[in-house]
Design a protein around this ligand. Structure first.
Ligand code: ADP
Length: 292
């Protein structure tokens, strides 16, 4: 996985503050975050050997972020420490699970992946990219494709502000939520059906669907849960989807239904817990699938 490494501070409040209003903090929790890091943790929890490319700062939060990743079983060897502060995000969540994100990009701004050797890259089967500087994303996607890896990309909400055309054209699999799919992609690249990629579109509690360039279609309902915080639900979804695809023993006809079911189960587990990371395991995923 390549992209952001954050240190998250989740503030649970009684309601999201209006512009001039105040909200009382009912609970505060700190944990690792950052889209690429969350996907890496989800993959590691689902028994996929996973390394993370990204950067942390020289501050205490950098140590905390690195330690949390290592404890989650993620290989941090390619993680670079740069002078300065680790990205800190404040996730403000109200009683309906609604979210407001504040914070800085810190060391994530310095991530450039030039230190990654071709040999290290070629040792992997798959590269998952998340929101980051478009040149770095495109260069990593090109290097990975060249080395024979499959590539997935989740541009996240920054698709509105950044030009990811090159990375989108290089990725085999693209993750988008409904908003990203209907607005940004169509604004930049024309109808979504014309994209030459497998696209997984996430629909929150309603589940998700897959569109393929061959006109294949699959969908799967979401799993009903009491959503308390949907931070990281999309990342858990991506982790579940990729783990399922890598585990697929019928590569001539990928089992998208199974991948969507696993991904929705991971997303639902993430939505039902506070914080960006989720205590995932195949046991929990299988038990969610069996409960349907
Ligand atoms: P993103 O977090 O990337 O914006 P979504 O909000 O669509 O994407 O959530 C990603 C996935 O997480 C969904 O496709 C679904 O599987 C799961 N999910 C999200 N919210 C809920 C919810 N309220 N109930 C059950 N599953 C959810």
């Amino acid at each position: 996985c390549a992209g952001h490494v954050n240190w998250d501070v989740t503030l649970r409040v009684d309601h999201l503050p209006a512009a001039d209003g105040e909200a009382s903090i009912t609970e505060q929790q700190q944990s690792g975050g950052g889209s690429a890091s969350n996907v890496a943790c989800a993959l590691a929890a689902l028994d996929v050997p996973t390394a993370l490319l990204g950067s942390v700062g020289t501050d205490e939060n950098g140590h905390l972020a690195r330690r949390a990743l290592s404890e989650a079983g993620v290989d941090c060897a390619p993680l670079v420490t740069v002078e300065g502060e680790t990205a800190v995000k404040y996730l403000v969540v109200d009683t309906d699970g609604e979210l407001m994100v504040l914070g800085n990009d810190g060391a994530n701004e310095s991530f450039d992946a030039t230190d990654l050797s071709d040999d290290a890259l070629a040792a992997a089967d798959h590269l998952h990219l998340t929101s980051q500087d478009p040149e770095t994303a495109a260069s990593l996607a090109a290097r990975a494709s060249e080395a024979g890896l499959s590539v997935s990309f989740d541009p996240g909400r920054r698709i509105h502000a950044r030009n990811y055309a090159e990375t989108l054209s290089l990725a085999d699999l693209v993750f988008l939520n409904k908003r990203e799919a209907t607005t940004a992609i169509e604004e930049h690249f024309g109808p979504i059906e014309d994209l030459a990629r497998v696209i997984a579109i996430k629909h929150g509690g309603d589940g998700a669907e897959v569109l393929t360039p061959d006109g294949e279609y699959a969908n799967h309902d979401g799993f009903p849960v009491d959503a308390v915080d949907t931070t990281g639900a999309g990342d858990a979804f991506a982790g579940g989807f990729i783990a399922s695809m890598l585990d697929d023993e019928t590569p001539t006809r990928p089992d998208y239904e199974r991948a969507l079911a696993v991904a929705n189960a991971c997303g639902a587990l993430a939505a039902s817990e506070c914080g960006a990371r989720t205590d995932l395991s195949w046991e929990r995923v299988e038990s969610t699938l069996a409960d349907r």
